[in-house]
Design a protein around this ligand. Structure first.
Ligand SMILES: [Zn+2]
Length: 214
C-alpha cells in the first residue's frame, strides 16, 4: 500500500491537470477510494489557491506584460512621431535655405517726398526683375533716401537724355544673387549690389531709368 501511495502521490498533480492516461486515472481513482491519506492530499492540491490560483497568477502576469508592451509601443510611437516631425521640420528649413524661399528684406526708410505706398509700388517693379523664373534671387531692396533721389532727379533732368522732364525719382540699392545659370561675365551664385534709378514723368507711371553698379 505504501508503494502505491508514493506512486499516486507523484501522479496527483498530473491527474489534476488531466494529463494522465485513462488507465492511470482509473488506477488513481481506485486507490483514492481506498486510501483516505491520498484522497486528503488530492483535496489539498485541488483547493482553490493552488492550481487555479497559479493559473490565475500566470494570466495576470501575462496581462501585465501585455500592458507593459502596449505602454512601450505607445512611447515608441510617440518618440517616432517626434523624430519624424523634427526631421520634416529640419528638412523644410534646409529646403527653404537651398531654394532661397525667404522673401527679400525691404527697407522703405523714411521719405518726406513719397508715401510708403508709392515706394512700395516702385519696389514691386524692381521685385518683378527677380521673379522666380529668372532664378536670380533678390535679397534686399533699400530706398536710398530723399536726398539721393532728389539730387539724382536734378542730374537726370540736366542730362536731358530722353528729352523729357521727370518729376519723380527714387534711387534704390538692391542686393541680389545671380542666377545659377548666369553666363558671360556674370558668375553663377554670386552676390552683388545694383543701384536702381526709377523715374516718372508728370502724370506718367514709374519705370526703370537706369540700373548700374554706382
Ligand atoms: Zn494512498
Amino acid at each position: 500500500m505504501k508503494h502505491d501511495c508514493c506512486v499516486v502521490c507523484d501522479l496527483l498533480p498530473l491527474y489534476l491537470e488531466e494529463m494522465v492516461s485513462s488507465e492511470t486515472a482509473d488506477y488513481i481513482k481506485a486507490h483514492l477510494k481506498s486510501c483516505p491519506d491520498c484522497a486528503a492530499k488530492l483535496e489539498r492540491l485541488a483547493k482553490p489557491g493552488k492550481a487555479e490560483n497559479i493559473i490565475a497568477q500566470k494570466n495576470k502576469d501575462n496581462s501585465c506584460a501585455v500592458a507593459d508592451f502596449k505602454t512601450v509601443k505607445k512611447r515608441m510611437k510617440r518618440k517616432i512621431t517626434v523624430w519624424v516631425c523634427l526631421s520634416a521640420f529640419l528638412a523644410l528649413i534646409v529646403f527653404l535655405f537651398c531654394n532661397d524661399f525667404w522673401p527679400p528684406t525691404i527697407d522703405y526708410r523714411t521719405s518726406e517726398v513719397y508715401t510708403k505706398e508709392e515706394i512700395g509700388e516702385v519696389i514691386a517693379l524692381i521685385k518683378y526683375q527677380y521673379r522666380p523664373e529668372t532664378k536670380t534671387r533678390l535679397y534686399s531692396v533699400t530706398y536710398s533716401g530723399d536726398d539721393v533721389s532728389e539730387s539724382k532727379l536734378a542730374y537726370i533732368n540736366s542730362e536731358k537724355r530722353d528729352d523729357v522732364t521727370y518729376v519723380g525719382c527714387m534711387v534704390f540699392s538692391v542686393k541680389y544673387r545671380s542666377s545659377p545659370y548666369a553666363g558671360g561675365a556674370a558668375l553663377p551664385y554670386t552676390e552683388s549690389y545694383l543701384i536702381y534709378t526709377m523715374v516718372r514723368t508728370k502724370g506718367g507711371g514709374w519705370k526703370i531709368y537706369s540700373v548700374g553698379t554706382g
